[in-house]
Design a protein. Structure first.
Length: 66
């Protein structure tokens, strides 16, 4: 029974970590919504969000255009 539970728990942990941590590239920002309502703007770098509750709803280009 343990040989089935260990890979299953590992898969769930990897899924949660992959949905929690994300990166935002330089010169961009990401709009984060919580349950469909604006929550915050994520600037460049390593960012965290609540998995399955927060979602990335848009990407904003911060470059200056002439």
């Amino acid at each position: 029974m343990d040989f089935i539970a260990t890979p299953l728990i590992t898969a769930v942990v990897v899924l949660l970590l992959s949905r929690t941590v994300f990166t935002v590239k330089q010169k961009t920002a990401v709009v984060i919504e919580r349950l469909g309502k604006f929550q915050r703007i994520a600037q460049s770098g390593l960012q965290f969000k609540i998995p399955f509750i927060d979602q990335k709803s848009g990407l904003v280009n911060l470059r200056v255009r002439e």
